[in-house]
Write a protein that binds this ligand. Sequence first.
Ligand SMILES: Nc1nc2c(ncn2[C@@H]2O[C@H](COP(=O)(O)OP(=O)(O)O)[C@@H](O)[C@H]2O)c(=O)[nH]1
Ligand SMILES: [Mg+2]
Length: 452
Amino acid sequence: MLENLTDKLGSALRNLRGVGKLTEENMADALKEVRQALLSADVHFKVAREFVSNVKEQCIGQEVLKSVSPGQQVIKIIHDELVKLLGEGTTELEDKKPLRIMMVGLHGSGKTTSSGKLAQFLAKKRDYRPALVACDVYRPAAIDQLEMLSKTVGCTFYGDRDEKDVVKIGKRGLDAAKDADANLIIFDTAGRLQIDVDLIEEIKQLKNAIQPDEILLVADSALGQEAVNVAKHFHEAVNITGIILTKLDGDARGGAALSMKTVTDVPIKFMGTGEKVEEFEIFHPDRIASRILGMGDVVSLVEKAQETIDEKEAERLAEKMRKADFNLEDFLKQMQQVKKMGSLGSIMGMMPGMSGVEIGDEEEKKMARTEAIILSMTLQERRTPRLLRGSRLKRIADGSGVQVRDVNALLKQFNQMQKMMKMMNGGKGRKMMKAMKAQMGEGGGMPGLPGM
Ligand SMILES: Nc1nc2c(ncn2[C@@H]2O[C@H](COP(=O)(O)OP(=O)(O)O)[C@@H](O)[C@H]2O)c(=O)[nH]1
Ligand SMILES: [Mg+2]
């Protein structure tokens, strides 16, 4: 989905990702490439221009976070701007029963298919009892198509192959739905190859007759910018309430998705991602933005850092590590900071290059146990682990509900960790990484190891 844009943006940002210091130069280059990527994805030029200028402005005003690189921060800013373009947050349909929905759009945009998809989606997720009404009076095949879909979905269908008056069909459809006790009525309408006066007139008449709660424009994302123009016209004519963007599984360039909200001010509510009835989803701007950037990991990492990490504390601990004067109290703090960021597994998953490392419940439990053990120590013991012998070990084990050997295992691990820190100081970084990896491989690794 939108691979083209992903590729182009990806190459613009890949260089930034590792940048330790942002300069006007490397920013300008990257932003130029971003703008190019947007334009070649058929994003409206004004939208692209404003996008870049917003990103630039925010980069300047950005508070520097120490735990992530400036390049990563820029990626996060770009992500957030993408989300804004796509529409921020999901937009639900009116929460009403019964609910009447009229589908409009050009020929071949996916109206009939999306009518079926929407019926199934709302039946499953929102507990509706749907009815599909065929208002395409020009193509008998479209009526058959909708009837087939109603069978797939298992819902009520109304159509009349001999009637050419859409208003009559619409009204009879409402009656039929009522008789069948349906509380969701979706009206599939005819399209044209382009918007014309007759089409608009017909839609207006049908709208008056059935009084829909929602008018959804079905737009083919492969049309790029043209899809946005179409949406604008339909909106001016009949006030659409939302957009269903279809064929995002294909070679859509992104222009439609990215310019639609800004240009029309109508939210994209759903998206079609294939020909099958179930290939239909709520449109989540943040998920799409992450997919487009292909750097969801970096984005989440910066987010978490912004939310939770106490910068000064992290700095202090890192300094202590450098000096290899890291005690159990520091270890506890470190672990608590990591915990604030969420589950260990989810954090590891976000680290670039670490997504393959699996950390299950087992590790989480181990971490909680480690925390309990340290909490059962006195402050003095935490600061001077060598005091920990004999009866103290027993007391701590009892206090934290573990066996003495668990306490010993923790101390052994902690010793190894200190050794590694010393090695690191001695400039034997590589050796340390090896040792660390070996340890992690055993499954007995030290969670919350700073600097991982
Ligand atoms: N790949 C893909 N094809 C779609 C999607 N939505 C609709 N189509 C296909 O687009 C074609 C036109 O769809 P249809 O619903 O008949 O469009 P209508 O003329 O607007 O009613 C059909 O071949 C559908 O299977 C989608 O999200 N992805
Ligand atoms: Mg159709």
